[in-house]
Design a protein around this ligand. Structure first.
Ligand SMILES: [Zn+2]
Length: 283
């Protein structure tokens, strides 16, 4: 997964951008008074994230934050001043624009269309406006995500600003014959030297975001696009040349993103005897 850098925008910038709108609300001035608390919370979040202890921090704060007296006001400020009003929207759009190639960092293949609260805003109103907690995402990844915080380390959601998955391959595809021609089955197989907790989190990420099914669904158009080219190359140059050509594409895709579904699919095609020997031509 290609992850955006940590935002440079701070919660102070967000409140500054929302100040004019807050001035139109009875409770706006009272909310602005809470800025020092939000800054302190932002600092705790950053320190815990950098130390790999974000889940522990969030679990320790969940009960108190959920009961915050300004809970609804923080939500309204997010939903209206940040998402809909021009000064806030500028920051919201800047957070989305940080996504690499405009692609959702959580699935890597659908365009960014919204912002996901890593710590759900329903439970963590003091983080509803904190840029470090705001991650660009696609609709399916955001809507598919639970609004509840994981309580087990093995199910802790990855945080693109803090977790580093490195650049070794962990996404693999197996191409096989199907009723409509060729299809691919995807699996997450992290390097064995990863710590056990990270392996479990990746497996959970893969299943909870339904990545296997979503990548499989997106595969048929990729295969249709290349069918004629591969049939022609096979006819003119043979299966070894076809394999070398697809392998070169795979290496190029890997350089761009080692764990995109395109990279996995191309390596899967280059390893599939049925495909390389003309299976795609029968469909
Ligand atoms: Zn996504």
């Amino acid at each position: 997964m290609l992850w955006p850098p940590k935002p440079e925008i701070t919660v102070r910038d967000v409140l500054d951008a929302c100040t004019k709108w807050l001035g139109t609300q009875d409770w706006g001035a009272a909310l602005l008074v809470r800025l020092p608390e939000l800054i302190a919370e932002e600092e705790r979040y950053q320190a815990a994230g950098d130390a790999g202890e974000l889940l522990a921090l969030l679990l320790s704060e969940a009960d108190s934050q959920k009961e915050d007296s300004d809970r609804e006001h923080f939500h309204a400020t997010y939903e209206t001043a940040l998402v809909e009003r021009a000064p806030g929207r500028k920051l919201y759009d800047a957070l989305m624009a940080a996504a690499v190639h405009d692609m959702c960092p959580l699935c890597g293949y659908q365009p960014v269309s919204q912002i996901d609260h890593h710590a759900p805003k329903a439970t963590f109103p003091l983080l509803a406006l904190t840029p470090l907690n705001l991650v660009p995402a696609c609709g399916p990844c955001n809507q598919g995500k639970s609004n509840k915080l994981a309580t087990e380390a093995a199910k802790e959601a990855f945080h693109p600003y803090f977790d580093n998955l490195g650049d070794e391959r962990w996404l693999f595809a197996e191409v096989h014959k199907s009723d409509d021609g060729a299809a691919a089955a995807y699996s997450a197989r992290p390097p064995a030297h990863w710590p056990e907790a990270k392996i479990q989190r990746l497996q959970y990420h893969f299943s909870s975001h339904k990545l296997g099914r979503r990548y499989s669904n997106a595969t048929s158009s990729r295969l249709a696009n290349r069918r004629r080219r591969d049939i022609r190359l096979l006819a003119s140059a043979g299966p070894e040349e076809l394999q070398a050509s697809i392998g070169e594409e795979a290496a190029s895709a890997e350089e761009a993103n080692p764990n995109s579904f395109d990279t996995a699919l191309l390596y899967g095609l280059a390893a599939c005897d049925w495909y390389l020997n003309g299976g795609m031509a029968d469909s």
